[in-house]
Design a protein around this ligand. Structure first.
Ligand code: ZN
Length: 438
């Protein structure tokens, strides 16, 4: 079907794998750092293969049944944590909840029939939600307390651990779940390298995410560098003057489908079908865009050795302005800068290319020729004109050149937010390295 997304992680030479922080305490700062340097040189990466899954009619029903129970377990575990905290002011550990699960499995046949990795995976998810919450509290962000999930939003089974035997050829077998067949149109890695497995049910579509560990595929180096400015008029502008035109979506079909839903009675079969058709249309548009982004970013990473992109806070940009700015907000969101950014970042890392996210402050106000910052608003919005040296250029190209200037000099690529197969939030060795180098 299509390839996605997850990032990468270095393999640590330290016996305490992946626990750079503890490492730091034990060995002191210097040795940790050298170990981390080794780490970066011999990296393996995690790659997720997302495939469409197929099973029997009874199989789909069974998956839905398991999802329903797991959703219940998720909410129950959440409640448990909340209540214990309210009762005696202490949180509940994952370990203690696992014990509770053992008890549950003793009492009920249903939970015994499901593989332990499936039900443990639920608890791991709860644990991760709390960890993310506390991390945000600590960082002084605005945290949202983990929420109860309605069945509608509980769409994914995540296994706590995997074994090589779960994938045999094109068949996936997990205890308590039906056999799921996949039809990959490319060679899959050897199942001994399987690191994580997720099974998702989105409407009527079954998806399987297989996370494998792979060797980094380093591209031969080239002597090219580029700065990229992401915008609304042009989707991307490169520092060498090239552009990718903005994404325009034909919403007519979506609108008419939405209208069709609104004319049907709530709770009726016809309405349910209309909703499903609409969802399919939306999904198609999403996939289409994602594929297009893949083509773009792959081409960029192949062409350039060093890539510098502005680090944009898209949320902050789109939040302000209210209805007055709704049109602009929408066309901003449609350009999916975040997706492009994310794909560029991990693909650059896979290919051993340098990616840097640069501080966007004043990139569009600074002269790329003499570095003068222009305070006043320009007479013509689209064109940058320097008051000191008279340099005149397209506004976006000028900004892209500034990004290049700022980004390409950096010794260490931007890697914050590296991933483990389960979580995007865990800090990694590479995060550490970036922190240490500051
Ligand atoms: Zn100038």
């Amino acid at each position: 079907m299509m390839e996605i997304v997850q990032g990468t992680r270095g393999r640590s030479a330290c016996p305490e794998k992946r626990k750079a922080r503890r490492c730091w305490k034990r060995h002191g700062l210097r040795s940790t750092r050298s170990e981390l340097m080794d780490t970066l040189q011999s990296t393996t990466i995690h790659k997720t293969y997302q495939e469409r899954g197929y099973c029997s009619r009874a199989g789909y029903a069974r998956i839905r049944e398991v999802l329903r129970s797991c959703c219940w377990l998720y909410n129950r575990s959440l409640e448990q944590r909340k209540n214990t905290y309210l009762a005696d002011g202490k949180g509940m550990s994952l370990y203690r909840q696992m014990k509770g699960l053992t008890q549950l499995r003793k009492e009920q046949q249903f939970w015994r029939d499901i593989g332990i990795t499936v039900s443990r995976g639920v608890l791991v998810r709860v644990d991760r939600a709390f960890k993310a919450f506390f991390r945000r509290v600590k960082a002084g962000e605005k945290p949202g307390y983990p929420r109860f999930k309605p069945l509608k939003r509980y769409q994914c089974l995540e296994l706590a651990s995997v074994t090589a035997g779960m994938v045999k050829g094109n068949r996936i077998k997990v205890k308590g779940l039906p056999v799921i067949r996949i039809r990959p149109n490319r060679r899959m890695p050897d199942s001994s390298r399987l690191k994580a497995l997720r099974i998702g049910m989105h409407g009527r579509i079954l998806t399987v995410d297989l996370v494998y560990e792979e060797e980094q595929n380093i591209l031969g180096s080239v002597d090219t560098a580029v700065g990229i400015d992401m915008g609304v008029n042009e989707r991307m502008t490169f520092s060498d003057g090239e552009t990718v035109s903005r994404r325009v979506i034909d919403r007519s079909r979506e609108t008419s489908l939405q209208r069709a839903i609104s004319t049907k009675k709530k709770g009726s079969n016809r309405r349910r079908k209309a909703v499903a058709t609409f969802a399919r249309e939306r999904r198609r548009n999403t996939v289409r865009n994602r594929n297009e982004c893949h083509r773009l970013t792959t081409a960029i990473v192949r062409k350039y050795q060093k890539i510098a992109v502005e680090k944009l806070a898209i949320k902050n940009m789109s939040r302000r302005g209210g209805s007055r700015k709704r049109g602009l907000n929408r066309s901003m969101m449609e350009q999916t800068w975040g997706l492009l950014f994310q794909q560029l970042r991990y693909k650059a890392e896979w290919a051993g290319r340098q990616f840097s996210a640069v501080d966007p402050r004043n990139t569009s106000k600074t002269c790329s020729h003499c570095a003068e910052v222009r305070k006043e608003k320009p007479a013509v919005y689209r064109i940058f004109e320097c008051l000191r040296c008279g340099h005149t250029e397209d506004r976006d190209t000028n900004a892209a050149k500034n990004s290049k200037e700022r980004g390409v000099g950096l010794p260490i690529p931007y890697n914050a937010g590296g991933n483990s197969p389960h979580s995007r939030r865990e800090s990694t060795e590479k995060d550490m390295l970036v922190q240490l180098s500051i």
